[in-house]
Design a protein around this ligand. Sequence first.
Ligand code: FAD
Length: 360
Amino acid sequence: MSRKKVLVLGGNFAGLTAALAVRHELHGDVDVRVVSASDKFLFNPSLIWPPFGKRTPADVTFPVAPTFESHGVDFVHAEATALDLENRKVTTTGGIYDYDYLVIATGYRNNFGAAYEYLFNVSHQLRKAGLKKQVKLTYASPEPFLGHFGIGGLPHGETLLSMFLKKERITPVLDTAIDHVDEGRLVLAGGRNVDFSYAMIVPPFIGQEVIRQASDIADEKGYVKVRDTYQTLRYDEVYAVGIAVAVGVPWQTATPVGVPKTGFPAEQMAHVAARNIAAQIRGQLPADRKAFGDIPAVCVMDAGNNGVIILADKMLPPRKHGLLIPGPQAHAMKLGFEKYSSGRPATGTSTCRDWEARDD
Ligand SMILES: Cc1cc2nc3c(=O)[nH]c(=O)nc-3n(C[C@H](O)[C@H](O)[C@H](O)COP(=O)(O)OP(=O)(O)OC[C@H]3O[C@@H](n4cnc5c(N)ncnc54)[C@H](O)[C@@H]3O)c2cc1C
């Protein structure tokens, strides 16, 4: 019997994890190819620091091909431009590839950001530069209350975040949307204005165009609709993991609030998909299931030299446990996460590159 072919689109957190994990599950007895639009791994969690000169682009990226090659995964630096799911073929800028199993891990289009982390890092850097008293800092958010985080909030979260903002003398404007931006002026829905000398705008995420065009698997935003096995609703052999997955939330807010699809759930989804693909290749049914909302929330909100560790038994309510632990150890943990992830990606078995985590 010929070896099965697994094709992974995207080579960052979710794609890299899925590719390495499926090889691992099948002890290498499978052909895995990754096609990614970027030939670098981007460590997005550190993107909050380049604006302050604390990291350079080279610090937050590394070439991804050596990692794949050392794990026997074929890497193609190309962009997927069309999916032919009926015929199991993907057209890319580097050629047409067929597959037995497809994993879509194409993340989001370049509309990203991490609002709270960036906000508190701005405040921290202004203080370090001796400018804090001269600058008025405003935080405008669609959240219905502080500390909603897009996951419906956690116990004491609103109180804690309110304290943080008060301590940092940051003015919140909540439950609002941007109508438009004029020169030096943010015009919010309802006509309220916030004048600025400097603004950081965090627009909502959106899926990749190539996925949006595959309308039999994607929603209108370009995210892939999946089952709890991370198989698409329509095709048993097509999976999606990471930010590329469409996630429903059990609430409605007056102004839409995004769901934080962080690295931890991205990797968890990739492992579930890898185990299910391995099961299918062995002739079994894909039995591993973990809905996005049931994945534990494990997250650090960095605040420059401080922060909050966010832990909950589930990403989305109803939950049994939820805990916010404020303090400088959160910042240390984020630096540790950066160092750990760069040294031991995805399967925790390999070295990507030497990455100096600096305490600054
Ligand atoms: C500023 C910021 C801070 C963050 N902080 C944290 C944090 O502290 N902790 C945490 O856990 N998470 C954090 N996150 C979230 C984390 O980065 C995401 O969960 C993670 O990047 C998701 O991985 P992914 O592989 O699903 O998507 P992505 O990282 O977006 O990767 C998608 C990959 O697909 C490729 N691709 C795109 N289109 C195509 C195409 N057409 N064909 C082929 N390849 C394609 C891209 O080049 C990329 O390699 C942060 C994100 C941001 C932006």
